[in-house]
Design a protein around this ligand. Structure first.
Ligand code: TXA
Ligand code: MG
Length: 325
């Protein structure tokens, strides 16, 4: 069945229409600056269960609640430490998710039964427009994981969402097209339930930025406690295309190749991306990995970026993408 009727550009009308669909219990995939999300009304258990079905994701993995403004986070969370206020002030709207002690609004079907809830205020005009329209209609927040099948590469375009999920979506669901995501890797997740901020997933809000904002030295989740709080992105194999991802080797004939622009492409190798800097690397990585699958390549070699900042997030995703199945 052709599902193209439900992909629409982000106009004022389509955002209103999509907000209404969400309130009626349908799913809406929407653009954010990090990656596209698959949204549902965060108070509607049936709609949330459809997210899990469409993604093929285990039901005990918590979802992030997306909001349009810091004014309304008090609905969803109890207890916001001082350092989290600094983070929100400095980096929201933006590519950052904060984990707080939940209020009674955040039910087990959102939090995976944990007593915490993840909150994000995205920095994308269409996402904020959708969230605002939804709130003005009486909605209280949109729960959204990345709009990919569980374990796969996150989508950074509406077309990628369609390719990935349309066969699992209903005709009443929507995909909003707001152009390619500008950052390209998922938000930094910071646990704000302890004495100091603790980074659960690296992203575009870097450790230096967190330290500068809070004047505290952030902690890193180690794999043992990360498992305890079930960050699905912390599972070993994740963010992976069908092609095998091989890190930091010289590519050979028939393989795909993603590497900084200064690297030449050996003969017979299919160059998938040649980013000129870290921002471009993050932005283009997932579409390049998807391209490998579209071309039917069996293997793709990636030369990882060196250094700190966004390079840490890129290497985090690549290491997981390269783990054996
Ligand atoms: O950039 C992003 O964060 C995107 C866009 C759509 O906002 N969303 C995203 O969602 O990446 P998802 O579900 O694919 O990844 C969110 C991660 C999951 O690994 C989930 O387990 C973790 O956040 N998470 C959500 N709520 C949590 C909580 N209360 N405690 C610990 N981890 C949580
Ligand atoms: Mg995800």
């Amino acid at each position: 069945m052709s599902q193209s009727q439900f992909v629409s550009k982000c106009t004022a009308d389509s955002l209103q229409h999509a907000a209404k669909a969400l309130l009626e219990g349908h799913l809406v995939a929407f653009p954010t600056e990090t990656v596209y999300g698959l949204g549902a009304d965060a108070l509607n258990e049936d709609a949330i269960s459809r997210i899990y079905e469409v993604k093929g994701r285990p039901a005990d993995h918590p979802l992030i609640v997306h909001l349009h403004s810091m004014q309304v986070i008090g609905l969803w969370v109890d207890d916001v430490p001082e350092y989290a206020i600094a983070l929100g002030r400095d980096f929201w709207p933006g590519p950052m998710t904060l984990i707080f002690k939940r209020s009674s609004l955040a039910q087990d079907f959102i939090t995976g039964g944990q007593n915490t809830v993840g909150i994000r205020i995205p920095n994308h005009v269409a996402a904020v427009g959708l969230l605002e329209a939804f709130y003005n209609m009486g909605g209280r927040g949109i729960a959204a994981p990345s709009a990919n099948r569980f374990g796969h590469v996150s989508p950074t375009t509406a077309q990628a969402v369609k390719d990935e999920l349309s066969e699992y979506m209903n005709p009443e669901d929507h995909i909003l097209d707001g152009g390619p995501s500008i950052i390209g890797v998922e938000s930094t997740i910071i646990d704000c339930t302890g004495e100091v901020p603790r980074i659960l997933r690296p992203g575009a809000i870097t450790v230096e930025m967190i330290e500068g904002s809070t004047k505290l030295k952030p902690a890193y989740a180690n794999s043992a406690n990360a498992e305890l709080i079930r960050v699905s992105g912390s599972l070993e194999k994740h963010y992976a295309p069908a092609a095998r991802v091989i890190l930091d080797k010289t590519p050979t004939t028939g393989q795909g190749f993603i590497a900084p622009s200064r690297r030449v492409t050996p003969t017979g190798v299919k160059r998938l991306a040649a980013p000129k800097n870290l921002d471009e690397f993050a932005r283009d990585l997932y579409s390049a990995l998807r391209k490998a699958d579209e071309l039917g390549l069996a293997e793709v070699v990636v030369e990882q970026p060196q250094g700190d900042g966004l390079a840490i997030a890129i290497r985090d995703r690549l290491e997981r993408a390269s783990k054996g199945r």
